[in-house]
Design a protein around this ligand. Structure first.
Ligand SMILES: [Zn+2]
Length: 413
């Protein structure tokens, strides 16, 4: 099986390299803005949609950039990839904007990047490699790493350098051959993602609860005081810059804790369970409600993304019940459907058979059964199961066709 994988390392640049890194990121940003302005100008100049002069792809843009460069000698200080790859990013952004508009999705038009507001990053191709304690990058030379890098398995395609708070990272994108996975023999598990507990996992016999290290909630007071301090500082002052850095560091730390937790959980599940049955929750819809903070904190979308590719890596299966499958409303005892269940009902009380069960546990049992049913019926299984993401973009789910019932309560809340 051929897969794409990224290896990310922290850089330990010296002062000269640090300057060059910032310069490269700045050039990439400048190129993006220049390219975007150029393309917008063309769209305005040639309003007729069939006019070919209206469009200008990354290759053409780079040719024009080479002419523009002559007036801006500082562009020569950094790798030519900084501009080239920025134009490729722009191509992708515009393409997905047009494709999204066609499909009726809401994809925004590319925006101009601002220093200090946008993410600092640039991509390098060509002679990129990593050996021991050093990353070797074009025009930047060899840069020391914070830790010794393991030997990368596979062929390096490109390297992306980015800054998070005051730390710089390099991420090598690698295409690698993985041995065909042997399917794990563990049970089929139903996983209900919740707010009180991050995940409730039922394997047919027992239910276990996994709590997230709620980094955002725990660090919320600190976040509040940091952002308050940040907003009080005078714009453009040194103190503002200091406060910005403090805030960014706190946010980065929060993200690290969350990702560590998610990686450990999803790897464990995908390596040991035959199939994972999850719900296709409309995370974006939920994020707009008051629960937003908790939802985003809990990292459901990260969980979904990771399970998608890890089940493929480790030979497990991912079964997604679509968001209209009433996992919370069904009684796991008798199959009765409770219509008037509200979000505040933490305990499920069945009016038909009298069962009293924790709400999340009930949902995880239902999901587990749903998964078993899908596996038992190969005709639905073929459409339901998402064994490989080869045919689709990774991280996307194929939805299972279940009977459409009313919109889930969680979304209405
Ligand atoms: Zn019942």
């Amino acid at each position: 099986m051929i897969t794409n994988q990224a290896y990310r390392f922290e850089l330990a640049p010296n002062l000269a390299t640090l300057t060059l890194l910032a310069k490269s990121a700045g050039t990439a940003r400048y190129a993006w803005n220049w390219g975007l302005a150029h393309r917008i100008a063309l769209l305005k100049q040639y309003p007729d949609h069939t006019d070919k002069r209206r469009y200008c792809n990354a290759i053409e843009l780079h040719k024009r950039w080479n002419v523009h460069k002559i007036e801006k000698p500082w562009i020569y200080d950094v790798s030519k990839c900084c501009g080239q790859e920025a134009f490729r990013n722009l191509d992708v952004a515009l393409k997905s904007f047009y494709a999204g508009r066609k499909a009726g999705r809401r994809v925004g038009f590319p925006k101009f990047k601002r220093k200090g507001k946008s993410r600092d990053s640039f991509r390098l191709t060509g002679a990129v490699r990593v050996s021991g304690r050093y990353a070797v990058l074009p025009r930047l030379g060899s840069i020391r790493l914070k830790e010794k890098a393991p030997k990368l398995k596979g062929r390096i395609l490109e390297a992306t350098v980015s800054r998070v708070a005051d730390r710089w990272f390099v991420s090598f994108s690698v295409v690698r051959e993985r041995p065909e996975p042997v399917a794990p023999t563990g049970p089929v598990v139903g996983i209900d993602l919740g707010i009180k507990h991050f995940a409730t996992i039922h394997d047919g016999e027992t239910t276990r609860v996994v709590d997230a290290p709620k980094p955002l909630v725990a660090g919320l007071r600190k976040l509040r005081s940091l952002s308050k301090a940040h907003s009080r500082k005078k714009r453009g002052s040194k103190n503002k810059a200091k406060a910005t850095l403090k805030l960014a560091r706190h946010q980065a730390r929060t993200a690290n804790i969350r990702n560590d937790f998610l990686h450990k959980l999803t790897t464990d599940l995908a390596k040991t369970k035959q199939a994972l049955v999850v719900e296709d929750l409309c995370v974006r819809g939920l994020a707009r409600t008051r629960l937003a903070k908790h939802v985003l904190d809990a990292g459901w979308s990260g969980f979904r993304r990771m399970t998608a590719y890890k089940t493929e890596w480790f030979g497990s299966r991912l079964i997604v019940a679509d968001r209209f499958f009433p996992s919370s409303k069904l009684c796991s005892g008798c199959g009765n459907k409770k219509v008037d269940l509200t979000l505040s009902d933490r305990t499920y009380e069945c009016c038909a058979c009298g069962l009293m069960i924790d709400r999340d546990e009930n949902a995880s049992i239902n999901l587990q059964r749903f998964g078993l049913a899908v596996l038992a019926n190969p005709t639905t299984a073929s459409s339901a199961e998402r064994k490989a993401c080869g045919s689709e973009r990774s991280g996307r789910y194929r939805k299972v066709a279940t009977k459409r019932t009313e919109v889930k309560q969680e979304e209405a809340a």
